[in-house]
Design a binder for this molecule. Structure first.
Ligand SMILES: Cc1cc2nc3c(=O)[nH]c(=O)nc-3n(C[C@H](O)[C@H](O)[C@H](O)COP(=O)(O)O)c2cc1C
Length: 194
């Protein structure tokens, strides 16, 4: 198949859909949906989310230096899209989207009860990159709905039913079937060295 080359742009596909809950000095919690997000480090557990400085949530996170990641199931996609479409400056997104703020363990901002996976983070660094600032957060606690727990403290991805986002085509999608497990080819293919 012939290939076409393009000038630089984001062609990272898929990205996650994450509802980030945050709370600043006024004590009113807010939610921003983000897709520019990923794992940065295993130990200590660190994640990164990138937010435009003009978002209301950016100022709230800078005030508290805390936030929580909430992973919506596919049934929550309308609420996730809504929280990514209007600003919390003039709206109460918890109320409007009929979402429940539940107490976090280590941070002031609440988690979103309806999301099966919630990750509390404390901001370690904010790095300006251009259109976005990278918020590097250290995980300080996480919550799992009891019915999605496997292997003591892990999440069953099928039951969690997370949403993938395709930035180019703007589609939200569910995951497909299992096609392998980590390391399942070990000893089956010719070793090629790294
Ligand atoms: C699927 C989706 C992904 C988004 N990803 C990001 C992101 O990674 N960073 C960002 O700054 N804004 C992102 N947005 C836009 C914000 O969620 C949106 O501007 C939101 O209204 C900001 O809310 P706030 O002003 O209450 O903080 C995304 C929106 C959607 C729908």
């Amino acid at each position: 198949m012939a290939k076409k080359v393009f000038p630089p742009a984001i062609i990272f596909n898929p990205t996650p859909v994450i509802m980030v809950s945050c709370q600043g000095n006024n004590g009113k919690p807010n939610i921003i949906t983000v897709s520019w997000a990923g794992v940065l480090c295993s130990e200590p557990p660190m994640i990164g989310i990138s937010i435009r400085p003009n978002r209301y949530s950016s100022s709230l996170i800078k005030e508290s230096m805390e936030f929580a990641l909430n992973f919506p199931s596919s049934s929550l996609i309308e609420k996730a899209d809504y929280c990514g479409s209007i600003s919390g400056k003039a709206a109460d997104k918890f109320q409007d989207a009929n979402l429940t703020p539940a107490p976090s363990k280590e941070i002031k901002a609440p988690i979103i009860k309806e999301c099966p996976i919630n990750v509390e983070c404390r901001v370690k660094q904010i790095i300006p990159l251009g259109t976005h600032e990278l918020f590097i957060g250290e995980v300080v606690a996480y919550h799992l709905d009891e019915d999605i727990i496997v292997k003591t403290n892990k999440a069953d991805i099928e039951k969690a039913d997370p949403v993938a986002y395709s930035p180019g085509t703007l589609e939200y999608r569910r995951l497909g079937e299992v096609i392998g497990t980590y390391g399942f080819t070990k000893g089956k293919m010719k070793e090629v060295g790294t």
